[in-house]
Design a protein around this ligand. Structure first.
Ligand code: ADP
Ligand code: ZN
Length: 735
């Protein structure tokens, strides 16, 4: 008889693209118990070591005993992934049909993923050095902000990052240079729990619509989802501030998600002004240590409000009380690579799991969320008017058919711009493309300079004297001769932000043009600085792409021009009209915010198009309802659920057999509809061809069941290891 040996085993999720967990042995001198679950371990994997999360403990493995390896070390004394996050991770792996180890790696801050200690690190704080108040008043008589900070330091030291966020780096630097303050390291453990730092300032007097919204949320006990649909400037942020007040008073934490671009010092300052120094901020500009620090402050109850971008949805809280997703329609909430999760979906799961209210706010809600509000799954709250005295801008269509455009703009609009500028107002010009021109074409032979890796015309950038491929970011100096025929008469084709900036600057030499696009705002604080210049009135003509349409308050903008709206009406992407409506409405939100009425002009060749008419005459709320009807008739999301199977390879012949096989597997499920295989929106990128299969069903469960079923077979298809393929659940991007 064989002696049955029992082992101490842990089941570990490792950040590898395999849909399974891995068993490891735990040395007998360690006491293995349930408290290991959620802790990180370092383990040998192949020829390397990996950091993984323990998902379960046990005594028996399906792997042969002699093949099992020991863990190298246990990294945590207590779990970094708590029960709630553990459950969330398991759910995500199922919902997104994604390898579980990569799911947990996505949830952890980078520093923890790399195996760094999870104890609270020291933080830098700013402390006062000097205290003779008379002398101080003299030294700082011309520096009010420095004086204010100095006075604050009289009472308490302030974390350096917070001092910089609230007063600016320059103010902090000024104080330090004058020898009035200094930076000290202190142990994070010393920081008091946030309720001790809570100082609630008086709220604004809510208007009727705001009051209705606020009391509706206040009455919710436990999980409930609210859509706060409020036109731009209607005071949504004030509603957030007022509904979180009682939550904070009860000692509960609030998690607020904002789009990448919406996380400005001004946003953070509004919450700190109302509630004091209890805000932890998480965004992509932080380094690993800073992110980890906020994560830990959240779980240690040292911050009461966490404001962050997409991945902050994974922040563990000690006393969760509410979740808010601001600008819920924003596409930055969806991660487009690796684990293609949508932070909005995760927010719903977490709010339910934690039994707390969830508020999603937007002036231009996604059709997905609107549909849930109409079906009463979400409570629908509406703010239909601007809160301050400002009126909504008028939206108008301008027929440009047959008009002689100058730098893309109709002469009539140039005249109107001039009038606005002469009155001391600012004007926004929205352009879809950045760069100087989207193509360089040979006058002699018609050849277009193209990136061969992507089959994509190079965009000309005159500012940097480069041609760049906007798919793979490859760039090189602008060619002087056609690479096909050698002729030197090359011409640019189409209009980008750079060219319109140059042109308008020449047309309006008395005013300053500024360009806001991903080229001009690259680099730390670049965007913030440009926005500050705009608000100080240093520029009058603001030319930009998407970035310009989001969340900024420009008090003096009275006119906005959208150079071309037609692309979206004839796009292959069924969401293009939704995005166009959001863009126009958000852009309108930038105009006429203060006391001056605004106007928004939409240049089009299709002024009679029913969708455009609906949008400008009835506004986004009505337009979105029309779009929803169209989606329903066309059997598209949100009335259908979709999964996208995407395959990429340098060898195009490998792709179709794989996707055809997938289609064959899935065709056994009678209630699925399949589209494809067909080329992706971007057919070639960085030397790889790209094909997709879209699978859809009215039942999410049915769709997931079918896909789950097909997965194993797909993984053993002979082409599977030779190509890159991925699953995108509820895809937004078909390129
Ligand atoms: P949103 O978040 O919907 O864009 P905000 O909350 O930023 O709107 O409010 C827009 C402007 O209206 C802000 O300047 C804000 O201070 C002001 N505001 C909001 N609510 C009120 C109110 N109840 N009374 C007066 N002004 C308000
Ligand atoms: Zn390229």
């Amino acid at each position: 008889m064989i002696n049955k040996v029992t082992f101490q085993l842990v089941q570990v999720a490792l950040p590898v693209p395999l849909r399974k967990t891995f068993d490891y042995l735990v040395p007998s001198e360690e006491t293995l118990n349930e408290s290991w679950v959620g802790c990180r371990v370092r383990v040998p994997f192949g020829r390397r070591e990996q950091v993984g999360v323990v998902l379960a403990i046990g005594t028996e493995s399906s792997i042969d005993a002699d093949k099992l390896k020991y863990i190298t070390e246990k990294l945590d004394d207590s779990p970094v992934i708590n029960k709630a996050l553990l459950e969330l991770g398991r759910w995500m792996a199922q919902f997104y049909l994604h390898p579980i180890g990569e799911v947990f790696a996505t949830m952890l801050p980078t520093a923890l993923r790399k195996g760094q200690a999870a104890t609270l690190p020291d933080i830098e704080i700013l402390e006062k050095r000097f205290s003779n108040s008379q002398e101080l008043a003299q030294t700082l008589s011309n520096a009010k902000r420095q004086l204010a900070l100095c006075n604050e330091l009289d009472y308490t030291s302030v974390p350096l990052s917070q001092a910089k966020a609230r007063y600016s780096s320059a103010v902090v630097k000024g104080l330090i240079e004058k020898g009035l303050a200094e930076v000290q390291l202190t142990s994070n453990k010393g920081i008091a729990a946030w309720p001790e730092r809570l100082h609630i300032a008086a709220p604004m007097r809510a208007n009727v619509e705001q009051s209705i919204a606020i009391s509706a949320v206040n009455e919710a006990s436990g999980f409930a989802t609210f859509l706060l649909e409020g036109v731009t400037g209607s005071g949504k942020t004030e509603v957030y501030l007022q509904v979180i007040e009682p939550v904070l008073r009860r000692g509960r934490q609030v998690l607020i998600l904002v789009p990448e671009i919406g996380l400005t010092p001004q946003t953070v300052a509004r919450f700190e002004k109302r509630f004091g120094d209890i805000v932890g901020v998480m965004h992509s500009g932080l380094n690993d240590a800073q992110r980890l620090s906020v994560w830990q402050q959240a779980i240690a109850n040292q911050v009461g409000i966490i404001i962050g971008t997409r991945s902050s949805i994974f922040t563990p809280m000690l006393t969760p009380g509410m979740i808010i997703v601001d600008e819920e329609h924003d596409e930055s909430f969806k991660q487009q690579d690796k684990l293609k999760y949508h932070a909005r979906d995760i927010a719903v799961y977490r709010a339910k799991q934690l039994n707390v209210p969830l508020i999603m706010g937007s002036a231009t809600p996604s059709l997905e969320t609107l549909c849930n509000a109409f079906s009463k799954k979400y409570h629908h709250l509406q703010l239909t008017e601007r809160a301050a005295s400002a009126t909504m801008p008028a939206q108008m269509l301008l027929n440009i058919t047959g008009q002689h455009l100058q730098y893309g703009i109709a002469p009539g609009l140039l005249d109107k711009m001039k009038v606005q500028l002469q009155q001391g107002n600012q004007v926004i010009v929205f352009v879809h493309r950045r760069g100087f021109a989207p193509a360089l074409i040979c006058h002699q032979c018609g050849h277009v300079e193209t990136c061969i890796d992507c089959d994509n015309p190079y965009t000309v950038h005159k500012v940097t004297n480069n041609m760049q491929c906007h798919r793979c970011a490859q760039h090189k100096p602008i060619v002087q001769k056609c690479s096909q025929c050698g002729n030197t008469s090359l011409d640019t084709f189409g209009l980008g932000t750079e060219q319109i900036e140059q042109g308008l600057q020449a047309l309006f030499p008395d005013y300053s043009c500024v360009r806001i696009d991903s080229d001009s705002t690259r680099g730390k604080n670049k965007l913030t600085n440009l926005l500050e210049q705009i608000n100080r009135g240093e520029h009058q003509i603001l030319i930009g792409t998407q970035i310009l349409s989001k969340g900024h308050h420009f008090e003096n903008v009275t006119m906005a021009v959208i150079v071309n709206a037609d692309g979206a009406l004839f796009s292959a992407d069924f969401r293009a009209p939704e995005k166009l409506g959001q863009l126009i409405t958000q852009l309108s939100g930038r105009a006429g915010r203060a006391n001056k009425p605004g106007e928004v002009w939409l240049q089009t060749h299709q002024p009679q198009h029913p969708l455009l008419q609906d949008l400008v005459q009835n506004g986004f709320a009505d337009y979105a309802r029309t779009l929803l009807l169209e989606r329903e008739h066309a059997n598209l999301p949100p009335y259908q659920h979709q999964i996208l199977l995407r395959a990429e390879s340098a060898h195009v012949f490998l792709l179709n057999p794989f996707l055809d096989y997938a289609q064959g597997l899935l065709s056994q499920f009678a209630k699925l509809k399949m589209i494809g295989p067909l080329p992706c929106g971007i057919e070639k990128k960085q030397g790889r061809y790209r094909f997709m299969l879209i699978v859809q069903s009215t039942s999410r469960q049915y769709l997931h069941g079918a896909m789950q079923n097909a997965l194993e077979a797909l993984e053993s298809h002979p082409n599977s290891p030779k190509i890159r393929w991925s699953i995108d659940v509820a895809p937004l991007d078909f390129t």
